[in-house]
Design a protein around this ligand. Structure first.
Ligand code: UGA
Length: 436
């Protein structure tokens, strides 16, 4: 079976590489020359644990090419894993999906299954099938299958090789059979359904997780007011298997390329169909307020940030990725800079991408300790291990004033109590030992 994957971003590349791991020959195509060059040098253009090792291991079964025409001509199954970014109105931009569809229609020479892995609004798979059929250059049978992706950045390889389910939205027994040939090697449970339901499973899953986080963030905010501890609350809730113990961590809001975009896209789709998705709208609103929570806390200590030395720990939207999309740092740092703060920042892998946006405005440091030196206040935006593992006494030793605002609840309050610092986190009591 000849498998082609269009798009070598997180979804496409990880899918292609993992399918080679289960024994398929996979050709990955992209329009980006640099990416293909990097891939052909055996390197991954994205920061993703285990991916490069797997690419090396399966290099005989993997081809990376710009020549999509040839790849599509020979393909039995074509996966589409290109981006569906957010448009200004919140809806999903399907431009790249249709660009790929056009090329597929013009080049396929034999019967083929087109698998949409990109997150697309409900009804899109059917529309793409119609589009393909009306643009075909050769007389072949072409069918579209919805096969949404549930991988998370940072654990993408593991999530794919050990997925909890494979969702397949099909319109025929034939397509179902082909998809099982693709995936049987992974030995994971299938959910076989129609294409609309498969498309909805993807949005409903992501939006539910976003809702869960926003819910916990609201409960955390209330915990702060009434003196409860959100981590104990989450623990007590999570032991109920109906609730589950995952995605209950309160913080400064969800970011990344998925939750923000997919909540807005589903909300847009509902509005478009004259229905208001009230819960998702609330999740979006809570999240945008949450992202500025630390700035509000900081104003208790300083009226404005003019001339202050600010230490920023963590720039990416979560650890184990170099992705900055919708990261809280991108919402907070402009405010701090606007008010005239001097910022020193540290992120183990996000610095390179951040420098593209702020090349000179910030001093980038090589480690936590260098960042903290002489700081008036410290903001923690990402829970990297390097930040979680610092000895807490270092805050007081290195900072001018050890005020630490932790947006990711990195530290145990009992440990914080032992050192001299002001420590505010999310949904937990403020610790102020500064005058001890
Ligand atoms: C998310 C989903 O988890 C994947 O299942 C899905 O396939 C993917 O989107 C996608 O649609 O492609 P991802 O965006 O990589 O994956 O990251 P997550 O680990 O889900 O984290 C998203 C955001 O939620 C991060 O900013 C993280 O810090 C935040 N988060 C997560 C919390 O604030 N609290 C939690 O308890 C968990």
């Amino acid at each position: 079976m000849k498998i082609v994957v269009a798009g070598t971003g997180y979804v496409g590349l990880v899918t292609g590489v993992c399918l080679s791991e289960v024994g398929h020959s996979v050709t990955c195509v992209d329009v980006d020359e640099n990416k293909i060059k990097t891939l052909n040098e055996g390197k991954s253009p994205i920061f993703e644990p285990d991916l490069e090792e797997l690419m090396k291991k399966n290099k005989e079964k993997l081809t990376f090419t710009l020549d999509s025409k040839k790849a599509y001509e020979e393909a039995d199954v074509i996966f589409v894993g290109v981006g569906t970014p957010e448009k200004k109105d919140g809806s999903a931009n399907l431009k790249y999906v249709y660009e790929v569809a056009k090329e597929i229609a013009e080049n396929v020479k034999k019967d083929v299954i087109v698998v949409i892995k990109s997150t697309v609004p409900i009804g899109t798979n059917k529309k793409i099938e119609k589009y393909l059929n009306s643009n075909l250059k050769n007389k072949v049978r072409i069918e579209v299958v919805s096969n949404p992706e549930f991988l998370s950045q940072g654990t993408a390889v593991r999530d794919t090789l050990h997925a909890q389910r494979i969702v397949i939205g099909v319109n025929s027994k034939f397509a179902e059979k082909v998809m099982k040939e693709v995936y049987d090697g992974l030995g994971q449970p299938y959910v076989i359904t129609d294409r609309e339901s498969a498309e909805m499973i993807k949005y409903a899953s992501n939006d539910f997780l976003a809702l869960k986080i926003s819910y916990m963030n609201e409960i955390a905010n209330l915990c702060e007011i009434v003196g409860a501890n959100i981590q104990d609350v989450a623990k007590g809730m999570g032991m109920d298997t109906r609730i589950g113990n995952k995605f209950l961590n309160a913080g400064i809001g969800y970011g990344g390329s998925c939750f923000p975009k997919d909540t807005k896209a589903l909300s847009w789709l509902a509005n478009f169909n004259d229905y208001e998705l009230k819960t998702i709208k609330a999740a979006i609103e809570v999240n945008s307020n949450q992202k500025l929570k630390l700035i509000k806390k900081a104003r208790k200590y300083y009226d404005d940030f003019e001339g202050l030395n600010i230490a920023v720990l963590g720039l990416t939207f979560k650890p184990n990725t170099d992705d900055l999309r919708e990261a809280p740092s991108l919402y907070n740092i402009p405010i701090l800079l606007d008010e005239g703060a001097n910022i020193k920042a540290y992120d183990p892998v996000g610095e390179k991408n951040f420098k593209k946006i702020y090349p000179k405005e910030i001093i980038y440091c090589n480690n936590v300790e260098e960042t903290l030196k002489n700081a008036d206040i410290c903001f923690i935006f990402t829970e990297w291990d390097e930040i979680k593992n610092i000895e807490l006494g270092r805050y007081n030793e290195l900072m001018k004033t050890p005020i630490v605002l932790d947006g990711r609840n990195c530290y145990d309050l009992n440990e914080v109590k032992k050192v001299k610092m002001v420590y505010e986190s999310i949904g937990r009591k403020t610790i102020n030992n500064i005058n001890k």
